[in-house]
Design a protein around this ligand. Sequence first.
Ligand code: ADP
Ligand code: MG
Length: 340
Amino acid sequence: TAMPVRRPIAELPDELVSQIAAGEVVDRPAAAVRELLDNALDAGATQVTVRLLGGGIRCITVEDDGMGIPPEELPLALRRHATSKIRDLRELECVGSLGFRGEALAAIASVSDLSITSRTPEAAHATRLDARSGELRAAARGRGTTIEVRELFFNTPARRKFLKTEATEQAHCLEALRRQALAYPEVGFALWSEGKLVEQWRPAPRQQRLADVLGEDFVAASRPFEWEVPALRILGRLGLPEAARARADLQYLYVNGRFVRDRTLAHALRSAFDDVLHGQRQPSYWVAIDINPELVDVNVHPTKSEVRFRDSRGLHQQLRRLAVEALAQSRAEELPAAEP
Ligand code: ADP
Ligand code: MG
C-alpha cells in the first residue's frame, strides 16, 4: 500500500477547536439542558424553567432567577476556559460548584445559535448578547438569566444525524431535569414543550421531592438510611427487593449535588441484596454523598459524570453496610408480631 502523503502540521481554527470540544460535552439536547441547569443552580436559582421546541433540537430555553451576569462580562461567558467559579489550582482541588471548566457555553454556542439575556440585581435593565453577531442590546426581564439555544448542531451535520426522534430527545431532556430536581428539592423546576407544561416540581422537603419525581410507590417500597462522620455524610433511600426493576433506570447517585455514575458504589448497593434479587433485576435507589471536596476528584471526565474518591474502598464498605442494614430492618418489620 502507498505511503500516506505527509501534510504540514497546522493549528486548527478557533471555531473548529470549539466544535471538537463541544463533541465531548454536548452530544444531544439533554446534555445542553444539563449544562444550563448546572449554571442556573450554581447561580443560586430558586426557580428554573426549561422550554423546548422540537424535543430541544429546534430550541432550548433555560430561565433562572439567579445572580445574573453583568453586561460587561457577557462576552466572557461565551469564551472558552473563562469561568467565575475557580481561579487557580487550589480552588480546583476543593471545587464546590457544579461547573468549573468554563467550557459549556462556548461549546454550545459553537454548535448552535445561542443568546444570553441576563440581569444582575444592581442593573437597571437586562442585556442580551447574541453569540453569532456579538451584538449586545438592552432587554426586558427580571433578575436572573435566560439562555436560548436554537438549532443545535445546525453546523455539525454528522452530530445532528445521530439525534433520535423529537419525542426521544425530549424524554432525555426530562430525565436530565429529574436528575437535578432530585438533588435540589429546595429549587422549583418546570418543563414546557411546544408551549405546554409537561412537568412541574415545586420547592419541597426532600422526601416530598422524591415522591414527586420518582413516585409515591418508590417512597413506599424503599427504606431510608443515613450516616455521618466529619467530612462525610451519606443519605439514601434503597428500594426493597420488590421495587427492583428490569432495567437500571431508577438509580440516582449524587456526589456533592452532582449526578454521577460510579461502578464501585453501584456494586456496593447491588451486593447488599445478595441472592434476593432474582436474575438480572436491578435495584432502585437514591443516594446522596456529601463529602469534603478535597477527598474527591471531579476533574476526571469532560461531562463530570465520573468522579474519583480518595478512599473508594472505604466508601464501598460503608455504603454496603448501610444498604444491608436498611434491608435487614425492613425484613424485621415484616416479621409477624410475636404472640404475647
Ligand atoms: P462554568 O460553568 O464551568 O464556569 P460555563 O461555560 O457553563 O462555564 O459558564 C461560563 C460562566 O458564565 C460561568 O462561570 C458564570 O459566571 C456565567 N454563567 C453561565 N450561566 C449562568 C447563569 N445561568 N447565571 C449566572 N451566571 C452564569
Ligand atoms: Mg457551566
